[in-house]
Design a protein around this ligand. Structure first.
Ligand SMILES: [Ca+2]
Ligand SMILES: [Ca+2]
Ligand SMILES: [Ca+2]
Length: 236
């Protein structure tokens, strides 16, 4: 099954599982939307929708190994929120989605809150307070945003995967951050296009997205030399 309700236009988290403070928002949030009327907002705070949960609960929900969120290189993850959905994909499919990271932390800050996505059991950072391109936001309850970005992930192996998105506080549990996600699609292209940002293979990915500006980068970009069928698709 492909990703269902990946654009949240149902107006609910139908087909998704959630933990923490997760809400469906409209343009009334103040950021605009990247697709349609509705988008998902995950925060490291609390609202009427729920409160952030501690790191260990997040990692259990996401089927991450204990401590994985600390190992993404930003320090001690403390609490946050996440959503997930299981889907099947064929080799050559491309996962794409839009995202926007919002924060009240200084940019940069040693309290380096970050947003991530994962294909369990692997995770990849999307942005943190050290990322470039922040600007003042009119989003309710937040001070800065990265603006909407789009990432595409080439899937090298046919399989059933759990896709997840999350955002965490680092260093302490205060001064909150958030992640907007929308327009999540799995495109059946038959062969991975050459312009993907990330390749997901048997050994997965861990580290930071090429769109993130911090020093730790363990991810190879997909190029013609490591595209599927050249023997490199499962070895990076
Ligand atoms: Ca939408
Ligand atoms: Ca918090
Ligand atoms: Ca924080």
């Amino acid at each position: 099954m492909t990703v269902v309700n990946g654009n949240f236009e149902v107006g609910t988290f139908s087909n998704w599982r959630t933990i923490g403070d997760t809400r469906i928002e409209t343009a009334a949030l103040g950021t605009g939307t990247s697709e349609g009327t509705f988008q998902a907002l995950l925060t490291t705070g609390a609202s009427a929708s729920g409160g952030s949960v501690e790191q260990s609960d997040l990692e259990e929900f996401l089927n991450f190994s204990s401590g994985l969120l600390d190992n993404l290189g930003n320090g001690d993850a403390t609490e946050g929120s996440a959503i997930k959905q299981t889907f099947t994909a064929n080799a050559g499919d491309v996962l794409t989605f839009d995202w926007n990271f919002l924060t009240n932390e200084a940019t940069p800050s040693s309290f380096n809150d970050f947003a991530f996505f994962g294909v369990s059991p692997f995770a990849l950072e999307l942005a943190d307070t050290n990322s470039s391109g922040f600007f003042g936001t009119s989003a309710v309850n937040f001070s800065q945003e990265t603006g909407f970005q789009t990432i595409s992930v080439g899937i090298a192996q046919t399989g059933t995967y759990t896709l997840n998105f999350g955002v965490v506080d680092v260093g302490d549990a205060s001064v909150d951050s958030a992640l907007i996600v929308d327009n999540i699609q799995v495109l059946s292209l038959g062969s991975i296009a050459s312009n993907n940002d990330v390749l997901f293979g048997a050994t997965g990915f861990v580290g930071e997205s090429p769109l993130s500006s911090s020093a730790i980068t363990n991810v190879e970009q997909l190029t013609s030399s490591n595209a599927i069928g050249t023997g490199r698709d499962t070895t990076f």
